[in-house]
Design a protein around this ligand. Structure first.
Ligand code: MN
Length: 422
């Protein structure tokens, strides 16, 4: 078997070096085109490769072809890591510049390769459960200072375990879905009694989402190597947050309605395997975690993340922050080991949000709450536009990519536009 991550690989489809989808990536998604039912595809350059079409033609002999005709990735993910690997290697082979099978078959190429601009992208998997973590030390410290003051910024448990809460799978939506401003109980600190109405402090959170591809049994603890095997891939994730609702409701059980109204993810799932070349060691963990949370391998990734905001009358999005997934204190593997440690079963299709990814610099903050410091330092945008929180009509775009030598393994984007509470 050849290495599908080899930087020297080239496809017969020409791919711009700045494209997110070279032959080294091959992310999975669900798409529909030409009035046909949704099915599985992978992104290559400006095209989508129809896996159902390839399987039907006997060119993708890795599992039952019907798996690729599904409207979600769940059945494919259930087949496990050895099938994921074989499928990725086979698709890479079919797309290679020096492999004639698809390259020289005009008819099959016409059937199986569709311009990405002509397809509709769907939510890529059925979300079984959604858990959101809080694993950036910089973010947790910033929020702690704003909500509780400098002395109590990090709670005493934070350095000992990945803190998280159970979110809502029912409102995870794909990029491009409009996000309605939530309503909720609001009680600003200077007012005596709460009222109910549209959120006034609507925010985003820049996160990565881990897609769990393999289940674990109730009562089963998960080792580091097992955790890795269970991770199918990653998506960009925007954990929309209503800060005013959150500030009033979060004590003592954490966020509830403040984050239950919408979570947006990118349509392409980048496999864990495609990110392998970009692994690196995360921040030093002090104190040393308890034995069940220790990891022997570097489980962070060098993954650049950028946030763009198109507010009001702006024609295009303006970059408002740039950070990196590598800053996360707790890795995705540690989150998963912790999640199952009590005996909690994990399901294929579970989505784990990393927590807001903020870096050490001011320009690396992953939420407006931090960027505008709870509204005290409004963000200044072109045309004299100012923002402390999101307004109706604002559009938020997140992008992410790992930079290789002459190519990048990217995620595309996750976009959401705010509409009025109505
Ligand atoms: Mn979050």
């Amino acid at each position: 078997m050849f290495n599908p991550n080899d930087p020297k690989l080239r496809s017969f489809i020409s791919v711009d070096p700045a494209s997110d989808f070279p032959i080294q990536n091959l992310p999975y998604g669900v798409f529909s085109a030409n009035g046909l039912a949704p099915r599985l595809g992978i992104a290559i350059g400006d095209y989508v490769l129809d896996l159902w079409e390839l399987a039907q033609e006997g060119r993708l002999d890795v599992c039952e072809p019907a798996v690729f005709a599904a409207t979600s990735l769940n059945a494919f993910m259930a087949l496990g890591p050895s099938v994921w690997t074989r499928t990725r290697v086979r698709i890479s082979e079919l797309l290679r510049h020096d492999h004639p099978e698809l390259r020289d078959n005009d008819e099959l190429r016409k059937l199986a390769l569709l311009p990405m601009k002509d397809v509709k992208l769907h939510l890529p998997f059925t979300v079984a459960g959604y858990t959101d973590f809080y694993s950036s030390k910089e973010h947790a410290t910033n929020v702690g200072v704003m909500f509780r003051g400098k002395e109590n910024a990090l709670q005493p448990n934070w350095l000992h375990m990945p803190i998280g809460y159970n979110g809502r799978a029912s409102t995870v939506v794909v990029s491009g879905t409009k996000v309605r401003r939530p309503r909720g109980q609001l009680k600003p600190p200077n007012v005596d009694a709460p009222s109910f109405g549209p959120c006034k402090r609507l925010d985003f959170e820049l996160e990565m989402g881990v897609v769990i591809g393999q289940p674990s049994a109730m009562g089963e603890m998960i080792s580091e190597s097992r955790a890795e095997e269970m991770i199918f891939g990653f998506v960009l994730l925007n954990d929309w947050s209503a800060r005013d609702i959150q500030q009033w409701e979060y004590v003592p059980l954490g966020p509830f309605q403040a984050k239950a109204f919408a979570t947006s993810i990118s349509p392409w799932v980048v496999t864990r395997e495609a990110l392998e070349p970009f692994r690196l060691q995360g921040p030093e963990q002090d104190p040393v975690p308890l034995p069940y949370l220790r990891q022997a391998r570097p489980n962070n990734y060098d993954l650049t993340l950028e946030i763009g905001l198109r507010a009001g009358a702006m024609n295009e999005a303006q970059s408002i922050a740039r950070t990196n997934f590598k800053y996360m204190y707790w890795s995705s593997v540690q989150q998963l080991m912790h999640h199952a440690s009590s005996g909690c079963a994990m399901n294929a299709g579970d989505l784990l949000g990393s927590g807001t990814i903020s870096g050490p610099e001011k320009t690396q903050r992953g939420s407006l709450l931090e960027i505008s410091w709870n509204g005290t330092e409004p963000l200044e945008l072109p045309g004299g536009i100012k923002r402390s929180f999101l307004e109706d009509g604002d559009s938020l775009v997140m992008r992410g990519w790992c930079q290789g030598d002459g190519y990048r393994v990217g995620f595309g984007e996750v976009e959401g536009t705010i509409v009025a509470a109505g």
